[in-house]
Design a protein around this ligand. Structure first.
Ligand SMILES: Cc1cc2nc3c(=O)[nH]c(=O)nc-3n(C[C@H](O)[C@H](O)[C@H](O)COP(=O)(O)OP(=O)(O)OC[C@H]3O[C@@H](n4cnc5c(N)ncnc54)[C@H](O)[C@@H]3O)c2cc1C
Length: 408
């Protein structure tokens, strides 16, 4: 880059990483336009990054060891089995991941932004128009600003993606996956007994007909008392009469967790969960729960003219893929590399598009495969043993969980 003026729309994970990448690549002025003022609200609360993917991002300078994390090592799968309180383990898979809190990761990324980055919280972008003399960003207060490049890091309902659509690209709306993720967190000290039922390095998965729940420890919430927490995500289809409303892409990424939906989850837990894991769900305070209808989407192109998409604006990955935040960080890393290496801005954007759009499509397909196998068409879990589970895992794309290597 040669001192260009760049706007990054969205100052979340993708936006912060992109701003860093742009400065390193030689952008003259980087302005981050973020709708939220102050701290961003915690999203999924927990996220896990595979150790090898972490190492790549650390080497590239986007993550570092001082960012709070918790080591995870294995993923036991358990089912209810009579009165056995912790259930019966049917199989265990290696799980070489680091877990992070979404809010703390965002805070660390935000805190590492170079001072020269102009991060404007409380700034809403209404529209973006690409043109030969620059891309014009219209703000909600009516002000207009012209940039050499506009980076869309503005999430699932991206205004920048909409601008690409207006410019002739066929971007489809997020597609409903047919099921929900109920999410919750609770302090580790509020875990039920016995403590040994949930080892510290485990991402335990409770499997039941029509769904599963994964639970693992994450670092304490930023600004909280600092104690570690447990994060769980429970997947199942909703009651049929609510499916139409939840399928609306406008409800993505989160919808109201009504008492009806909490009762519905609790009924499934009562029916299918071992006692220990039922108590984990019940011990979770109402204010630390949220509901995420599962949708996915991928933009046909990640770059066009002076516009480029990153993170969820480019492709929404289902949470089982273990790659939402990871993909955002990888997108920024690849964009930064392309901007450094290419001879011109159009060549850099073309190289970025060529490398990352196929990854977005692959992650979309991976998420669909995992959703079918682990929620919509679950196997007879209780009949599986380690060997048959491993075959099922391979057949159903489980090996892809944790994202693709950088540069693949
Ligand atoms: C409920 C939920 C749970 C999730 N759980 C996980 C998880 O467990 N693990 C994982 O890896 N990923 C998870 N994800 C995905 C993860 O949050 C994202 O992949 C990650 O944050 C990277 O997203 P992003 O920065 O591209 O977009 P986002 O985090 O969505 O950020 C987009 C930003 O753009 C801003 N913005 C949007 N429109 C405008 C506008 N017009 N003007 C100005 N600013 C705008 C928004 O305020 C927001 O801050 C979850 C997502 C959701 C919704």
């Amino acid at each position: 880059m040669h001192g260009e003026r760049v706007a990054v729309v969205g100052g979340s994970i993708a936006g912060c990483a992109a701003a860093r990448a742009l400065r390193r690549a030689g952008a003259g002025e980087v302005v981050v336009l973020e709708r939220a003022s102050g701290r961003l609200q915690d999203r999924g609360v927990g996220l896990a990054i595979q150790n090898e993917r972490y190492a790549e991002l650390e080497a590239a300078g986007y993550l570092d060891a001082r960012m709070p994390w918790v080591p995870l090592a294995r993923r036991p799968w358990v089912v209810r089995d009579g009165a056995r309180r912790e259930g019966r383990e049917i199989a265990s898979m290696p799980f070489p991941f680091r877990s992070y809190g979404w809010g703390s990761l965002w805070r660390e990324l935000r805190g590492r932004l170079p001072d020269e980055v102009d991060y404007r919280g409380g700034t809403v972008v209404r529209s973006v128009t690409d043109g030969p003399d620059g891309a014009v960003v219209l703000l909600a207060d009516g002000a207009e600003e012209r940039f050499d490049l506009v980076v869309g890091a503005d999430g699932h309902r991206s205004t920048v993606r909409a601008a690409m659509l207006a410019a002739g690209s066929s971007v489809s709306a997020p597609a409903w996956g047919g099921y929900l993720a109920w999410r919750g967190t609770l302090p580790v000290e509020q875990l039920p007994r016995p403590a040994g039922a949930f080892p510290e390095d485990a991402a335990t998965t409770v499997a039941f007909p029509g769904g599963h729940m994964i639970a693992y420890r994450i670092p304490g919430a930023p600004g909280g008392d600092g104690g570690a927490q447990v994060n769980w995500v429970f997947y199942a289809t909703p009651p049929a009469h609510l499916a139409g409303e939840l399928a609306d892409p406008r409800t993505n990424p989160s919808a109201e967790l009504t008492s009806e939906l909490t009762d519905y989850q609790h009924a499934l837990v009562e029916r299918f969960f071992p006692g220990y894991w039922r108590d984990v769900v019940h011990a979770t305070p109402a204010e630390s729960r949220l509901l995420q209808p599962i949708h996915d989407a991928v933009a046909p192109r990640f770059a066009q003219g002076r516009l480029v998409l990153l993170g969820d604006a480019a492709a929404i990955a289902r949470p089982h893929t273990g790659s939402g935040a990871l993909k955002a960080l990888q997108d920024a890393t690849v964009l930064g590399r392309a901007l450094l290496e290419a001879d011109s801005l159009p060549a850099a954007l073309a190289a970025y598009d060529a490398e990352r759009a196929p990854v977005g499509r692959a992650i979309l397909e991976l998420g669909r495969s995992l959703g079918r196998a682990q929620v919509l068409r679950t196997p007879d879990w209780a009949s599986l043993d380690q060997r048959s589970f491993e075959c099922w895992w391979q057949e159903n794309s489980g090996a892809g969980v944790g994202g693709r290597p950088l540069g693949s």
